[in-house]
Design a binder for this molecule. Structure first.
Ligand SMILES: [Zn+2]
Length: 336
């Protein structure tokens, strides 16, 4: 080997080394101390006018008292609306026994987005209206059914608008929207002392919790809406929600407050309320919270027109619908 050849060989190895160094290394990225930037989550805007119109449509049917013809018509409408926006819709039919031992035919309506995805949550509300205005100031109204614009229709209206939004801006997780029947068929106030029947409220959710619409149904958590439409509503942290699902209460209240709705989502503890979420927590063991308008100092402890003939469309406030709907969208689109 001549010096010349040795030079050529050394030169060759030099070239090979440079090429290897420039294309094969794992540490070729510039090293910085920056953390990876999380892509900003796009949260769609809640349309309160749209939610309001869905409440109006429900109220226009008349009182949606469980098992009545009006109720059947509204159920068909709710099913059609959910079918427009969700991947699948199921109507769970069942028979339950009311406080007075009459049998009631119920319909729970369940719309599912990404039904095959095990990473999911559910949102729910009751769609029936109370058969008795037993808290009406006029005793003559105590056996009349109520419009339930706030008590029932408001939660459903907010959730229908969320269903519509889900169909346009796709969340990452699976979502079920559940409308429970016969929440508000509980023992009338004046019979409370005479009948000692337990658990006369939340009949639809009790039925669902005992016989889930899908065997092996699983959700990480649930959020119930009840009376979410009155002006200046305040949502205290309801007692059973804090007991069964403290982390979800924290998450939802923190999310709502950082989205700018701290006037609505207040940090005070509320009384435990026997609502649909109680049975879901107790029977189905799915941590579920209740966003419910309570008002210390009123006769029933709820909004002023609770279980009266005055629970009508004019009590529905679009700012409140927006506060609740937009907060829920922040929760949904923040989930991975
Ligand atoms: Zn009610």
């Amino acid at each position: 080997m001549t010096n010349d050849e040795a030079m050529k060989i050394r030169y060759f190895f030099f070239i090979v080394t440079v090429v290897l160094a420039s294309c094969g290394g794992v540490d070729e990225k510039p090293v910085t101390n920056d953390k990876p930037i999380e892509p900003k989550v796009e949260v769609p805007v809640f349309n309160q006018d749209s939610a309001y119109s869905y409440i109006e449509s429900q109220v226009a049917f008349g009182p949606r008292v469980t098992g009545t013809e009006v109720s059947d018509k509204c159920a068909a409408w709710l099913t059609a609306k959910l079918s427009q926006w969700m991947d699948t819709v199921a109507v769970q039919k069942g028979k339950v026994v009311a406080y007075d031992n009459t049998g009631l035919n119920i319909k729970n309506i369940i719309g599912s987005y990404l039904p095959g995805n095990n990473n999911r949550i559910f949102l729910c509300s009751h769609w029936d209206s109370r058969p008795y205005a037993d808290y009406d100031p006029d005793k003559a109204n105590h056996r009349k059914p109520i419009d339930g614009a706030n008590d029932g229709a408001s939660g459903v209206g907010v959730l229908l608008e969320i269903a519509r939004i889900i169909s346009t801006v796709k969340p990452k997780i699976g979502i079920d929207i559940i409308f429970f029947d016969a929440e508000d068929y509980g023992t009338p106030g004046d019979l409370q002392d005479q009948t000692h029947k337990e658990d006369t409220w939340g009949l639809g959710s009790q039925f669902w919790a005992k016989s889930l619409h899908e065997s092996g149904y699983y959700a990480r958590y649930g959020i119930l809406l009840d009376m979410v439409g009155a002006e200046n509503a305040q949502f205290h942290q309801e007692g059973f929600s804090k007991y069964y699902a403290p982390d979800i209460v924290r998450k939802v209240w923190e999310t709502a407050r950082s989205a700018g709705f701290s006037d609505y989502f207040v940090m005070t503890e509320g009384n435990p309320i026997t609502d649909d979420h109680y049975y879901i927590n107790k029977i189905a063991n799915i941590p579920t919270i209740d966003i419910i308008h309570t008002e210390p100092g009123t006769r029933g402890g709820f909004f002023t027109h609770w279980h009266t003939m005055g629970d009508t469309m004019d009590k529905i406030n679009k700012n409140t619908l927006y506060a609740v709907g937009q907060s829920l969208l922040h929760v949904i689109y923040g989930e991975k």
